[in-house]
Design a protein around this ligand. Structure first.
Ligand code: M6R
Length: 619
Protein backbone atom coordinates (compact mmCIF):
# COMPACT_ATOMS: atom_id res chain seq x y z
CA UNK A 1 0.00 0.00 0.00
CA UNK A 2 1.10 3.65 0.05
CA UNK A 3 1.54 5.62 -3.14
CA UNK A 4 4.88 7.02 -4.25
CA UNK A 5 5.56 9.65 -6.87
CA UNK A 6 8.71 11.49 -7.89
CA UNK A 7 9.56 14.10 -10.52
CA UNK A 8 12.66 15.61 -12.09
CA UNK A 9 12.43 18.11 -14.96
CA UNK A 10 11.40 21.64 -15.84
CA UNK A 11 7.86 21.62 -14.44
CA UNK A 12 7.12 22.73 -10.91
CA UNK A 13 7.55 19.38 -9.09
CA UNK A 14 4.92 20.02 -6.45
CA UNK A 15 2.19 20.23 -9.09
CA UNK A 16 3.24 16.91 -10.63
CA UNK A 17 3.52 15.32 -7.19
CA UNK A 18 0.11 16.39 -5.95
CA UNK A 19 -1.67 15.43 -9.16
CA UNK A 20 0.16 12.05 -9.09
CA UNK A 21 -0.79 11.50 -5.46
CA UNK A 22 -4.41 12.20 -6.32
CA UNK A 23 -4.28 9.23 -8.71
CA UNK A 24 -2.55 7.07 -6.10
CA UNK A 25 -4.71 7.96 -3.12
CA UNK A 26 -6.52 4.62 -3.48
CA UNK A 27 -3.31 3.03 -2.15
CA UNK A 28 -3.61 4.72 1.24
CA UNK A 29 -5.06 7.91 2.58
CA UNK A 30 -4.24 8.42 6.25
CA UNK A 31 -1.58 11.08 5.66
CA UNK A 32 0.50 12.46 2.83
CA UNK A 33 3.50 14.64 2.10
CA UNK A 34 5.75 16.14 -0.52
CA UNK A 35 9.37 17.30 -0.55
CA UNK A 36 11.23 19.45 -3.06
CA UNK A 37 14.92 20.34 -3.25
CA UNK A 38 15.40 24.06 -3.73
CA UNK A 39 18.77 25.84 -3.79
CA UNK A 40 20.43 22.89 -2.05
CA UNK A 41 17.83 22.55 0.69
CA UNK A 42 15.03 20.07 1.18
CA UNK A 43 11.63 21.60 1.87
CA UNK A 44 8.98 19.24 3.22
CA UNK A 45 5.25 19.65 3.78
CA UNK A 46 3.26 16.82 5.39
CA UNK A 47 -0.26 16.52 6.70
CA UNK A 48 -2.37 14.02 8.59
CA UNK A 49 -5.54 12.89 6.83
CA UNK A 50 -6.59 12.85 3.22
CA UNK A 51 -4.71 14.56 0.40
CA UNK A 52 -7.00 17.58 0.67
CA UNK A 53 -5.36 18.35 4.05
CA UNK A 54 -1.97 18.51 2.32
CA UNK A 55 -3.38 20.66 -0.47
CA UNK A 56 -4.74 23.09 2.13
CA UNK A 57 -1.29 23.38 3.73
CA UNK A 58 0.37 23.89 0.37
CA UNK A 59 -1.78 26.97 -0.23
CA UNK A 60 0.23 28.72 2.48
CA UNK A 61 3.61 27.08 1.94
CA UNK A 62 4.87 27.49 -1.59
CA UNK A 63 7.40 24.84 -2.66
CA UNK A 64 9.57 25.38 -5.70
CA UNK A 65 12.45 23.43 -7.29
CA UNK A 66 13.33 21.00 -10.06
CA UNK A 67 13.18 17.69 -8.20
CA UNK A 68 10.68 16.31 -5.73
CA UNK A 69 9.10 13.24 -4.14
CA UNK A 70 5.65 12.63 -2.68
CA UNK A 71 3.80 9.96 -0.71
CA UNK A 72 0.32 8.99 0.37
CA UNK A 73 0.34 6.63 3.34
CA UNK A 74 -1.46 3.56 4.68
CA UNK A 75 -0.02 3.12 8.15
CA UNK A 76 1.84 -0.04 9.07
CA UNK A 77 4.29 1.15 11.76
CA UNK A 78 3.19 4.16 13.77
CA UNK A 79 -0.24 5.76 13.93
CA UNK A 80 -1.52 7.94 11.10
CA UNK A 81 -0.12 11.37 12.04
CA UNK A 82 1.95 14.17 10.58
CA UNK A 83 5.09 12.99 12.38
CA UNK A 84 4.77 9.54 10.81
CA UNK A 85 3.89 10.87 7.36
CA UNK A 86 6.48 10.61 4.58
CA UNK A 87 8.83 11.97 3.23
CA UNK A 88 11.33 11.34 6.03
CA UNK A 89 14.36 13.59 6.08
CA UNK A 90 17.71 13.02 7.79
CA UNK A 91 20.70 15.33 7.20
CA UNK A 92 19.45 16.46 3.81
CA UNK A 93 18.54 12.91 2.69
CA UNK A 94 14.87 12.60 1.94
CA UNK A 95 12.89 9.47 1.05
CA UNK A 96 9.48 7.91 0.66
CA UNK A 97 8.79 4.21 1.22
CA UNK A 98 6.05 1.73 0.45
CA UNK A 99 6.26 -1.65 2.20
CA UNK A 100 7.71 -2.95 5.45
CA UNK A 101 11.35 -3.06 6.58
CA UNK A 102 11.19 -6.24 8.64
CA UNK A 103 14.55 -5.81 10.42
CA UNK A 104 13.92 -2.17 11.37
CA UNK A 105 14.12 -2.80 15.13
CA UNK A 106 17.60 -4.24 14.82
CA UNK A 107 18.69 -1.42 12.45
CA UNK A 108 17.17 1.22 14.70
CA UNK A 109 19.07 -0.10 17.73
CA UNK A 110 22.29 -0.09 15.75
CA UNK A 111 21.74 3.45 14.45
CA UNK A 112 20.69 4.73 17.89
CA UNK A 113 23.94 3.38 19.32
CA UNK A 114 25.73 5.53 16.74
CA UNK A 115 23.84 8.61 17.97
CA UNK A 116 20.87 8.73 15.58
CA UNK A 117 17.69 10.27 16.98
CA UNK A 118 14.37 9.36 15.43
CA UNK A 119 11.52 11.72 14.84
CA UNK A 120 8.86 9.17 13.80
CA UNK A 121 7.65 5.70 14.82
CA UNK A 122 8.01 4.31 11.31
CA UNK A 123 10.20 1.56 9.95
CA UNK A 124 10.84 3.82 6.94
CA UNK A 125 12.80 6.49 8.80
CA UNK A 126 15.43 3.86 9.60
CA UNK A 127 16.32 3.70 5.89
CA UNK A 128 16.81 7.49 5.77
CA UNK A 129 19.22 7.25 8.72
CA UNK A 130 21.06 4.33 7.20
CA UNK A 131 21.47 6.23 3.95
CA UNK A 132 22.58 9.42 5.73
CA UNK A 133 25.23 7.41 7.60
CA UNK A 134 26.47 5.79 4.39
CA UNK A 135 26.62 9.14 2.57
CA UNK A 136 29.21 10.31 5.09
CA UNK A 137 31.52 7.55 3.80
CA UNK A 138 30.25 7.33 0.23
CA UNK A 139 29.13 10.83 -0.88
CA UNK A 140 27.27 9.60 -3.98
CA UNK A 141 23.59 8.74 -3.47
CA UNK A 142 23.51 6.08 -6.21
CA UNK A 143 26.52 4.24 -4.79
CA UNK A 144 25.46 4.75 -1.19
CA UNK A 145 22.09 3.17 -1.87
CA UNK A 146 23.69 0.15 -3.49
CA UNK A 147 25.73 -0.27 -0.32
CA UNK A 148 22.78 -0.13 2.07
CA UNK A 149 20.41 -2.41 0.11
CA UNK A 150 21.96 -5.64 1.46
CA UNK A 151 21.12 -4.40 4.96
CA UNK A 152 17.37 -4.14 4.24
CA UNK A 153 15.05 -7.08 4.85
CA UNK A 154 11.41 -7.08 3.85
CA UNK A 155 9.36 -5.53 1.10
CA UNK A 156 10.02 -2.04 -0.15
CA UNK A 157 9.74 0.42 -2.97
CA UNK A 158 11.79 3.50 -2.12
CA UNK A 159 12.43 6.79 -3.83
CA UNK A 160 15.21 8.96 -2.42
CA UNK A 161 16.95 12.27 -3.08
CA UNK A 162 19.80 14.17 -1.42
CA UNK A 163 20.07 17.93 -1.21
CA UNK A 164 23.77 17.79 -2.15
CA UNK A 165 22.92 16.09 -5.48
CA UNK A 166 19.77 17.91 -6.55
CA UNK A 167 20.03 16.57 -10.11
CA UNK A 168 19.36 12.91 -9.17
CA UNK A 169 16.51 10.77 -7.89
CA UNK A 170 17.23 7.17 -6.93
CA UNK A 171 14.53 4.48 -7.02
CA UNK A 172 14.89 0.89 -5.83
CA UNK A 173 12.53 -1.90 -4.96
CA UNK A 174 11.98 -5.36 -3.62
CA UNK A 175 8.31 -6.26 -3.78
CA UNK A 176 5.91 -3.34 -4.27
CA UNK A 177 5.75 -1.80 -7.73
CA UNK A 178 7.80 1.15 -8.97
CA UNK A 179 7.61 2.40 -12.52
CA UNK A 180 9.83 4.92 -14.29
CA UNK A 181 8.17 7.17 -16.85
CA UNK A 182 10.63 8.53 -19.43
CA UNK A 183 9.51 11.87 -20.83
CA UNK A 184 11.08 14.52 -23.02
CA UNK A 185 13.63 16.21 -20.75
CA UNK A 186 11.80 14.97 -17.66
CA UNK A 187 11.23 11.76 -15.74
CA UNK A 188 8.41 10.73 -13.44
CA UNK A 189 8.41 7.78 -11.06
CA UNK A 190 5.31 6.24 -9.52
CA UNK A 191 3.72 3.24 -7.85
CA UNK A 192 1.22 3.00 -10.68
CA UNK A 193 1.31 3.91 -14.37
CA UNK A 194 -1.73 6.13 -13.81
CA UNK A 195 0.50 8.65 -12.00
CA UNK A 196 2.79 8.95 -15.05
CA UNK A 197 0.46 8.99 -18.01
CA UNK A 198 -0.16 12.73 -18.03
CA UNK A 199 3.54 13.20 -18.85
CA UNK A 200 4.60 10.20 -20.91
CA UNK A 201 3.48 6.87 -22.35
CA UNK A 202 7.03 5.43 -22.27
CA UNK A 203 7.61 3.42 -19.13
CA UNK A 204 10.10 1.03 -17.57
CA UNK A 205 8.87 -1.46 -14.98
CA UNK A 206 11.58 -1.84 -12.35
CA UNK A 207 12.13 -5.40 -11.18
CA UNK A 208 13.09 -6.53 -7.71
CA UNK A 209 16.69 -5.82 -6.82
CA UNK A 210 17.09 -3.11 -9.44
CA UNK A 211 18.26 0.41 -8.71
CA UNK A 212 17.51 3.36 -11.00
CA UNK A 213 19.49 6.58 -10.89
CA UNK A 214 17.33 9.13 -12.66
CA UNK A 215 18.22 12.54 -14.06
CA UNK A 216 15.93 14.74 -16.09
CA UNK A 217 17.21 13.53 -19.46
CA UNK A 218 18.96 10.25 -18.68
CA UNK A 219 18.86 7.32 -16.34
CA UNK A 220 20.98 4.31 -15.37
CA UNK A 221 19.47 1.07 -14.08
CA UNK A 222 21.54 -1.61 -12.41
CA UNK A 223 20.79 -5.09 -11.10
CA UNK A 224 21.37 -6.13 -7.49
CA UNK A 225 25.06 -6.72 -8.23
CA UNK A 226 25.51 -3.23 -9.66
CA UNK A 227 25.69 -4.40 -13.29
CA UNK A 228 24.20 -1.89 -15.72
CA UNK A 229 21.05 -3.14 -17.45
CA UNK A 230 19.51 -2.28 -20.77
CA UNK A 231 15.85 -2.39 -19.80
CA UNK A 232 13.06 -2.34 -22.36
CA UNK A 233 10.96 0.79 -22.60
CA UNK A 234 7.32 -0.19 -22.93
CA UNK A 235 4.80 2.07 -24.65
CA UNK A 236 1.55 1.93 -22.76
CA UNK A 237 -1.49 2.30 -24.97
CA UNK A 238 -3.84 3.74 -22.45
CA UNK A 239 -4.59 7.24 -21.42
CA UNK A 240 -4.67 8.82 -18.02
CA UNK A 241 -8.19 8.08 -16.85
CA UNK A 242 -9.72 11.11 -15.25
CA UNK A 243 -10.96 10.56 -11.75
CA UNK A 244 -14.29 12.27 -12.37
CA UNK A 245 -17.53 11.49 -10.60
CA UNK A 246 -19.65 12.68 -13.54
CA UNK A 247 -22.46 13.92 -11.32
CA UNK A 248 -22.58 10.89 -9.00
CA UNK A 249 -22.25 11.55 -5.29
CA UNK A 250 -19.46 8.98 -4.96
CA UNK A 251 -17.08 7.07 -7.22
CA UNK A 252 -18.53 3.85 -5.86
CA UNK A 253 -22.03 4.72 -7.04
CA UNK A 254 -20.67 5.74 -10.43
CA UNK A 255 -18.79 2.45 -10.64
CA UNK A 256 -21.92 0.47 -9.73
CA UNK A 257 -23.69 2.22 -12.61
CA UNK A 258 -20.76 1.51 -14.94
CA UNK A 259 -21.20 -2.24 -14.47
CA UNK A 260 -23.32 -2.88 -17.58
CA UNK A 261 -20.54 -1.22 -19.59
CA UNK A 262 -17.86 -3.27 -17.83
CA UNK A 263 -19.73 -6.50 -18.60
CA UNK A 264 -20.12 -5.43 -22.24
CA UNK A 265 -16.36 -4.85 -22.46
CA UNK A 266 -15.67 -8.36 -21.16
CA UNK A 267 -18.16 -9.87 -23.60
CA UNK A 268 -16.59 -7.92 -26.44
CA UNK A 269 -13.11 -9.12 -25.55
CA UNK A 270 -13.84 -12.79 -24.94
CA UNK A 271 -16.63 -13.68 -27.37
CA UNK A 272 -16.97 -13.82 -31.12
CA UNK A 273 -20.16 -11.94 -31.80
CA UNK A 274 -20.64 -13.60 -35.19
CA UNK A 275 -20.49 -17.20 -33.99
CA UNK A 276 -21.54 -16.64 -30.36
CA UNK A 277 -18.53 -18.65 -29.25
CA UNK A 278 -16.05 -17.74 -26.57
CA UNK A 279 -12.62 -16.69 -27.78
CA UNK A 280 -9.58 -16.92 -25.50
CA UNK A 281 -6.57 -16.88 -27.82
CA UNK A 282 -5.44 -13.55 -26.30
CA UNK A 283 -4.75 -15.31 -23.01
CA UNK A 284 -1.54 -16.74 -24.50
CA UNK A 285 -0.12 -13.27 -25.23
CA UNK A 286 1.28 -10.76 -22.77
CA UNK A 287 0.32 -7.28 -24.03
CA UNK A 288 2.48 -5.64 -21.34
CA UNK A 289 5.60 -7.47 -22.48
CA UNK A 290 4.80 -8.24 -26.07
CA UNK A 291 5.59 -11.93 -25.63
CA UNK A 292 3.90 -15.25 -26.41
CA UNK A 293 3.42 -17.68 -23.55
CA UNK A 294 5.49 -20.83 -23.12
CA UNK A 295 2.19 -22.53 -22.18
CA UNK A 296 0.15 -23.78 -25.12
CA UNK A 297 -3.52 -24.53 -25.63
CA UNK A 298 -2.63 -28.23 -25.51
CA UNK A 299 -0.93 -27.77 -22.10
CA UNK A 300 -4.14 -26.22 -20.86
CA UNK A 301 -6.19 -29.13 -22.21
CA UNK A 302 -3.95 -31.51 -20.26
CA UNK A 303 -4.61 -29.74 -16.96
CA UNK A 304 -6.14 -32.12 -14.43
CA UNK A 305 -6.61 -29.76 -11.48
CA UNK A 306 -6.95 -26.02 -10.93
CA UNK A 307 -5.96 -24.09 -7.81
CA UNK A 308 -7.51 -20.62 -7.56
CA UNK A 309 -5.97 -18.27 -5.05
CA UNK A 310 -6.90 -14.68 -4.14
CA UNK A 311 -7.80 -12.28 -1.31
CA UNK A 312 -10.93 -10.36 -0.28
CA UNK A 313 -13.50 -9.80 -2.98
CA UNK A 314 -11.28 -11.57 -5.49
CA UNK A 315 -11.38 -14.62 -3.20
CA UNK A 316 -15.18 -14.67 -3.46
CA UNK A 317 -14.89 -14.58 -7.23
CA UNK A 318 -12.52 -17.56 -6.90
CA UNK A 319 -15.22 -19.42 -4.92
CA UNK A 320 -17.66 -18.59 -7.70
CA UNK A 321 -15.20 -19.95 -10.27
CA UNK A 322 -15.01 -23.25 -8.40
CA UNK A 323 -18.74 -23.80 -8.94
CA UNK A 324 -18.61 -22.80 -12.59
CA UNK A 325 -15.51 -24.73 -13.64
CA UNK A 326 -16.45 -27.92 -11.83
CA UNK A 327 -20.02 -27.83 -13.11
CA UNK A 328 -19.22 -27.01 -16.72
CA UNK A 329 -15.69 -28.29 -17.39
CA UNK A 330 -15.55 -31.09 -14.78
CA UNK A 331 -12.05 -30.12 -13.65
CA UNK A 332 -11.42 -30.42 -9.89
CA UNK A 333 -10.87 -26.96 -8.40
CA UNK A 334 -9.38 -25.98 -5.05
CA UNK A 335 -9.79 -22.44 -3.75
CA UNK A 336 -7.82 -20.76 -0.97
CA UNK A 337 -6.93 -17.40 0.53
CA UNK A 338 -3.49 -16.40 -0.72
CA UNK A 339 -2.31 -15.66 2.84
CA UNK A 340 -3.14 -19.26 3.84
CA UNK A 341 -2.13 -21.07 0.69
CA UNK A 342 1.38 -19.66 0.64
CA UNK A 343 2.20 -20.91 4.14
CA UNK A 344 0.43 -24.26 4.22
CA UNK A 345 2.96 -26.25 2.18
CA UNK A 346 0.40 -26.90 -0.53
CA UNK A 347 0.72 -29.93 -2.73
CA UNK A 348 0.50 -28.90 -6.39
CA UNK A 349 0.55 -32.10 -8.44
CA UNK A 350 1.90 -32.18 -12.01
CA UNK A 351 -0.67 -31.11 -14.65
CA UNK A 352 -2.10 -28.47 -12.32
CA UNK A 353 -2.86 -24.90 -13.25
CA UNK A 354 -2.64 -22.16 -10.63
CA UNK A 355 -4.97 -19.24 -11.24
CA UNK A 356 -4.46 -16.02 -9.31
CA UNK A 357 -7.16 -13.35 -9.25
CA UNK A 358 -6.30 -9.78 -8.28
CA UNK A 359 -7.97 -6.56 -9.32
CA UNK A 360 -4.87 -4.49 -8.56
CA UNK A 361 -2.41 -7.14 -9.74
CA UNK A 362 -0.17 -6.14 -6.85
CA UNK A 363 -1.59 -7.86 -3.74
CA UNK A 364 1.46 -9.12 -1.82
CA UNK A 365 0.09 -12.51 -0.75
CA UNK A 366 -1.35 -13.28 -4.18
CA UNK A 367 1.93 -12.33 -5.84
CA UNK A 368 3.81 -14.56 -3.42
CA UNK A 369 1.56 -17.48 -4.41
CA UNK A 370 2.22 -16.80 -8.09
CA UNK A 371 5.98 -16.92 -7.49
CA UNK A 372 5.73 -20.01 -5.31
CA UNK A 373 3.64 -21.85 -7.91
CA UNK A 374 6.09 -20.96 -10.67
CA UNK A 375 8.99 -22.19 -8.54
CA UNK A 376 7.12 -25.44 -8.09
CA UNK A 377 6.83 -25.72 -11.87
CA UNK A 378 3.10 -24.99 -12.22
CA UNK A 379 1.87 -22.68 -14.99
CA UNK A 380 0.14 -19.58 -13.63
CA UNK A 381 -2.88 -17.88 -15.13
CA UNK A 382 -3.58 -14.36 -13.88
CA UNK A 383 -6.88 -12.51 -13.92
CA UNK A 384 -6.24 -8.83 -13.18
CA UNK A 385 -7.72 -5.45 -13.94
CA UNK A 386 -4.30 -3.84 -14.32
CA UNK A 387 -2.37 -4.46 -17.47
CA UNK A 388 1.35 -4.31 -16.69
CA UNK A 389 0.88 -4.94 -12.96
CA UNK A 390 3.44 -7.25 -11.35
CA UNK A 391 1.04 -10.20 -11.30
CA UNK A 392 0.12 -9.68 -14.95
CA UNK A 393 3.76 -9.43 -15.99
CA UNK A 394 4.94 -12.47 -14.08
CA UNK A 395 2.07 -14.82 -15.02
CA UNK A 396 2.29 -17.31 -17.90
CA UNK A 397 -1.25 -16.71 -19.12
CA UNK A 398 -3.19 -13.48 -18.90
CA UNK A 399 -6.86 -12.66 -18.47
CA UNK A 400 -8.19 -9.16 -17.89
CA UNK A 401 -11.26 -7.84 -16.08
CA UNK A 402 -11.72 -4.99 -18.57
CA UNK A 403 -13.48 -2.98 -15.84
CA UNK A 404 -11.58 0.27 -16.36
CA UNK A 405 -10.12 2.21 -13.46
CA UNK A 406 -11.92 1.58 -10.19
CA UNK A 407 -11.43 4.41 -7.70
CA UNK A 408 -13.75 3.34 -4.87
CA UNK A 409 -11.75 1.26 -2.42
CA UNK A 410 -14.62 -1.23 -2.17
CA UNK A 411 -14.52 -3.28 -5.32
CA UNK A 412 -17.74 -3.32 -7.35
CA UNK A 413 -17.38 -3.28 -11.12
CA UNK A 414 -14.11 -5.24 -11.00
CA UNK A 415 -15.96 -8.01 -9.12
CA UNK A 416 -18.82 -8.19 -11.61
CA UNK A 417 -16.36 -8.12 -14.52
CA UNK A 418 -14.39 -10.93 -12.90
CA UNK A 419 -17.52 -13.07 -12.61
CA UNK A 420 -18.24 -12.43 -16.29
CA UNK A 421 -14.73 -13.46 -17.34
CA UNK A 422 -15.07 -16.58 -15.20
CA UNK A 423 -18.38 -17.48 -16.85
CA UNK A 424 -16.83 -17.25 -20.29
CA UNK A 425 -13.59 -18.96 -19.30
CA UNK A 426 -15.56 -21.88 -17.82
CA UNK A 427 -17.40 -22.22 -21.13
CA UNK A 428 -14.03 -22.21 -22.91
CA UNK A 429 -12.67 -24.99 -20.67
CA UNK A 430 -15.89 -26.98 -21.06
CA UNK A 431 -15.80 -26.66 -24.84
CA UNK A 432 -12.14 -27.69 -25.16
CA UNK A 433 -12.92 -30.78 -23.04
CA UNK A 434 -16.00 -31.54 -25.12
CA UNK A 435 -18.48 -31.17 -22.28
CA UNK A 436 -20.36 -28.48 -24.14
CA UNK A 437 -21.91 -28.61 -27.59
CA UNK A 438 -21.63 -25.63 -29.93
CA UNK A 439 -25.36 -25.02 -29.50
CA UNK A 440 -25.16 -25.05 -25.72
CA UNK A 441 -22.23 -22.67 -25.82
CA UNK A 442 -24.15 -20.33 -28.14
CA UNK A 443 -27.13 -20.39 -25.80
CA UNK A 444 -25.01 -19.49 -22.77
CA UNK A 445 -23.25 -16.70 -24.67
CA UNK A 446 -26.54 -15.30 -25.95
CA UNK A 447 -27.93 -15.24 -22.41
CA UNK A 448 -24.82 -13.44 -21.20
CA UNK A 449 -25.12 -10.90 -24.01
CA UNK A 450 -28.48 -9.91 -22.54
CA UNK A 451 -26.84 -9.22 -19.18
CA UNK A 452 -26.02 -5.52 -19.61
CA UNK A 453 -29.62 -4.59 -20.33
CA UNK A 454 -30.91 -6.81 -17.48
CA UNK A 455 -28.39 -5.12 -15.20
CA UNK A 456 -29.80 -1.72 -16.12
CA UNK A 457 -33.18 -2.80 -14.81
CA UNK A 458 -31.68 -4.14 -11.53
CA UNK A 459 -30.03 -0.76 -11.00
CA UNK A 460 -33.54 0.59 -10.46
CA UNK A 461 -33.34 -0.90 -6.92
CA UNK A 462 -31.10 2.04 -6.16
CA UNK A 463 -34.19 4.09 -5.31
CA UNK A 464 -35.52 1.40 -2.96
CA UNK A 465 -32.27 1.19 -0.98
CA UNK A 466 -31.84 4.97 -0.91
CA UNK A 467 -35.19 5.20 0.89
CA UNK A 468 -34.95 2.01 2.96
CA UNK A 469 -31.46 2.79 4.30
CA UNK A 470 -32.93 5.12 6.96
CA UNK A 471 -34.79 2.13 8.48
CA UNK A 472 -32.19 -0.52 7.72
CA UNK A 473 -29.46 1.37 9.56
CA UNK A 474 -31.10 0.49 12.89
CA UNK A 475 -30.56 -3.26 12.57
CA UNK A 476 -27.81 -4.72 14.75
CA UNK A 477 -26.63 -7.34 12.28
CA UNK A 478 -27.00 -8.62 8.75
CA UNK A 479 -26.94 -12.22 7.61
CA UNK A 480 -26.54 -12.92 3.89
CA UNK A 481 -27.63 -16.34 2.68
CA UNK A 482 -27.31 -18.16 -0.63
CA UNK A 483 -26.67 -21.59 -2.07
CA UNK A 484 -24.52 -22.66 -5.01
CA UNK A 485 -23.08 -19.70 -6.93
CA UNK A 486 -25.15 -17.40 -4.73
CA UNK A 487 -23.18 -18.45 -1.65
CA UNK A 488 -20.00 -16.52 -2.71
CA UNK A 489 -22.26 -13.64 -3.64
CA UNK A 490 -23.75 -13.70 -0.13
CA UNK A 491 -20.16 -13.60 1.22
CA UNK A 492 -19.36 -10.63 -1.01
CA UNK A 493 -22.54 -8.84 0.12
CA UNK A 494 -21.49 -9.22 3.75
CA UNK A 495 -17.97 -8.00 3.01
CA UNK A 496 -19.31 -4.90 1.26
CA UNK A 497 -21.47 -4.05 4.27
CA UNK A 498 -18.61 -4.56 6.74
CA UNK A 499 -16.11 -2.47 4.84
CA UNK A 500 -18.48 0.39 4.02
CA UNK A 501 -21.11 0.60 6.77
CA UNK A 502 -18.94 -0.84 9.57
CA UNK A 503 -21.85 -3.13 10.51
CA UNK A 504 -21.52 -6.71 11.64
CA UNK A 505 -22.43 -8.89 8.69
CA UNK A 506 -22.02 -12.58 7.92
CA UNK A 507 -22.25 -14.39 4.62
CA UNK A 508 -23.35 -17.99 4.96
CA UNK A 509 -24.25 -21.01 2.88
CA UNK A 510 -28.02 -21.07 3.43
CA UNK A 511 -28.02 -24.76 4.32
CA UNK A 512 -25.40 -24.20 7.04
CA UNK A 513 -27.40 -21.59 8.91
CA UNK A 514 -29.13 -24.05 11.18
CA UNK A 515 -25.74 -25.35 12.33
CA UNK A 516 -25.04 -22.27 14.44
CA UNK A 517 -25.81 -18.82 13.03
CA UNK A 518 -29.53 -19.43 13.53
CA UNK A 519 -28.88 -18.57 17.18
CA UNK A 520 -28.05 -15.00 16.11
CA UNK A 521 -31.46 -14.42 14.60
CA UNK A 522 -34.04 -12.21 16.26
CA UNK A 523 -36.02 -9.17 15.18
CA UNK A 524 -32.89 -7.00 15.20
CA UNK A 525 -31.25 -9.20 12.56
CA UNK A 526 -31.79 -8.52 8.90
CA UNK A 527 -31.56 -11.63 6.72
CA UNK A 528 -30.77 -11.05 3.06
CA UNK A 529 -31.63 -14.16 1.07
CA UNK A 530 -30.44 -14.55 -2.51
CA UNK A 531 -32.89 -16.98 -4.05
CA UNK A 532 -33.38 -16.78 -7.81
CA UNK A 533 -35.32 -19.55 -9.51
CA UNK A 534 -32.56 -22.08 -9.94
CA UNK A 535 -32.24 -25.67 -8.76
CA UNK A 536 -31.59 -24.56 -5.15
CA UNK A 537 -34.77 -22.51 -4.99
CA UNK A 538 -36.98 -24.77 -2.84
CA UNK A 539 -34.23 -25.59 -0.35
CA UNK A 540 -33.26 -21.95 0.13
CA UNK A 541 -36.93 -21.08 0.59
CA UNK A 542 -37.06 -23.55 3.49
CA UNK A 543 -33.97 -21.95 5.04
CA UNK A 544 -35.61 -18.56 4.69
CA UNK A 545 -38.66 -19.89 6.58
CA UNK A 546 -36.39 -21.11 9.37
CA UNK A 547 -34.94 -17.60 9.73
CA UNK A 548 -38.38 -16.00 9.56
CA UNK A 549 -39.74 -18.31 12.26
CA UNK A 550 -37.04 -16.91 14.61
CA UNK A 551 -38.12 -13.33 14.00
CA UNK A 552 -35.54 -12.44 11.31
CA UNK A 553 -36.46 -9.57 9.01
CA UNK A 554 -36.27 -10.97 5.49
CA UNK A 555 -35.06 -9.12 2.42
CA UNK A 556 -35.15 -11.49 -0.52
CA UNK A 557 -33.73 -11.28 -4.01
CA UNK A 558 -35.67 -13.44 -6.46
CA UNK A 559 -36.59 -13.88 -10.10
CA UNK A 560 -39.34 -11.81 -11.71
CA UNK A 561 -42.60 -11.53 -9.84
CA UNK A 562 -42.13 -14.42 -7.40
CA UNK A 563 -45.34 -14.38 -5.34
CA UNK A 564 -44.23 -17.19 -2.96
CA UNK A 565 -40.94 -15.53 -2.10
CA UNK A 566 -42.61 -12.15 -1.81
CA UNK A 567 -45.23 -13.47 0.60
CA UNK A 568 -42.63 -14.60 3.14
CA UNK A 569 -40.37 -11.54 2.87
CA UNK A 570 -40.59 -8.07 4.41
CA UNK A 571 -38.92 -6.70 1.28
CA UNK A 572 -38.68 -8.35 -2.12
CA UNK A 573 -36.25 -7.29 -4.87
CA UNK A 574 -36.76 -8.68 -8.31
CA UNK A 575 -34.08 -9.57 -10.84
CA UNK A 576 -35.04 -10.35 -14.46
CA UNK A 577 -35.54 -13.94 -15.58
CA UNK A 578 -32.32 -15.35 -17.01
CA UNK A 579 -30.30 -18.58 -16.89
CA UNK A 580 -28.60 -19.58 -13.62
CA UNK A 581 -25.22 -18.31 -14.82
CA UNK A 582 -26.38 -14.78 -15.57
CA UNK A 583 -28.63 -14.57 -12.51
CA UNK A 584 -25.65 -14.83 -10.15
CA UNK A 585 -24.24 -11.64 -11.61
CA UNK A 586 -27.59 -9.83 -11.40
CA UNK A 587 -27.89 -10.65 -7.69
CA UNK A 588 -24.68 -8.81 -6.92
CA UNK A 589 -26.14 -5.38 -7.70
CA UNK A 590 -28.76 -5.25 -4.89
CA UNK A 591 -26.18 -6.24 -2.24
CA UNK A 592 -23.82 -3.53 -3.48
CA UNK A 593 -26.57 -0.92 -3.38
CA UNK A 594 -27.61 -1.95 0.13
CA UNK A 595 -24.05 -1.48 1.43
CA UNK A 596 -23.60 1.79 -0.43
CA UNK A 597 -26.80 3.45 0.82
CA UNK A 598 -26.40 2.24 4.39
CA UNK A 599 -22.88 3.67 4.54
CA UNK A 600 -24.04 6.90 2.96
CA UNK A 601 -26.97 7.40 5.31
CA UNK A 602 -24.67 6.69 8.28
CA UNK A 603 -22.40 9.48 7.03
CA UNK A 604 -19.34 7.33 6.31
CA UNK A 605 -16.73 7.94 3.65
CA UNK A 606 -17.98 5.54 0.99
CA UNK A 607 -15.04 5.86 -1.38
CA UNK A 608 -12.31 5.68 1.23
CA UNK A 609 -13.53 3.52 4.13
CA UNK A 610 -11.56 3.73 7.37
CA UNK A 611 -8.42 1.61 7.78
CA UNK A 612 -8.48 0.22 4.24
CA UNK A 613 -6.49 0.66 1.04
CA UNK A 614 -7.21 -0.59 -2.43
CA UNK A 615 -3.86 -2.14 -3.20
CA UNK A 616 -2.55 -4.30 -0.37
CA UNK A 617 1.16 -4.68 -1.00
CA UNK A 618 2.08 -5.80 2.52
CA UNK A 619 1.43 -9.20 4.12
O1 M6R B 1 -6.45 -6.18 -5.81
P1 M6R B 1 -6.97 -7.46 -5.26
O2 M6R B 1 -8.14 -7.98 -6.00
O3 M6R B 1 -5.89 -8.51 -5.11
O4 M6R B 1 -7.45 -7.09 -3.79
C1 M6R B 1 -7.90 -8.05 -2.89
C2 M6R B 1 -8.60 -7.41 -1.72
O5 M6R B 1 -7.72 -6.60 -1.00
C3 M6R B 1 -9.81 -6.57 -2.16
O6 M6R B 1 -10.70 -7.33 -2.92
C4 M6R B 1 -10.54 -6.01 -0.94
O7 M6R B 1 -11.15 -7.05 -0.24
C5 M6R B 1 -11.53 -4.93 -1.39
N1 M6R B 1 -11.53 -3.86 -0.44
C6 M6R B 1 -12.92 -5.43 -1.51
O8 M6R B 1 -13.87 -4.46 -1.72
Amino acid sequence: MCGIVGYIGEREPVNVLVSGLRKLEYRGYDSSGVAVVNAGHVQVVRAEGKLTALEEKLKNQKLSGTIGIGHTRWATHGIPSERNAHPHTVDGVCLVHNGIIENYIQLKAELSALGATFSSDTDSEVVAHLLAQELKKTPDIFKAIQKIIPRLEGAYAILAMWEKEPQRLVAFKNGPPLILGVGNGECVVGSDVQALLSYTDKVIYLDDGEVACIEKDKYVITDSLGKELNKAIVTVHWTSQAAEKHGFKHFMLKEIYEQPLAVSSVLKKYTDLKTYQVEFSSMFLSPAQNTVSRITEQDLKNVERIFIVACGTSYYSAMYAEYLIEKLAKIPVEVDFASEFRYRDPVIPPKSLVMVISQSGETADTLAVLRMAKNMGAPVLSLTNTLGSTIDREADLHLFMEAGVEIGVASTKAFISTLTVINLFSLYLARTRKYLSIDEEKQFVQNLLALPSHMESVLAHDKFFAEAAETFKNYKGFLYLGRGINYPIAMEGALKLKELAYKHAEGYAAGEMKHGPLALIDDKMMVIVINPQDNHYEKTLSNLQEAKARGGIIVSIGTGDDASLKSVSEHYLSIPKSDWMASGILSVIPVQLLAYHLADVLGYDVDQPRNLAKSVTVE
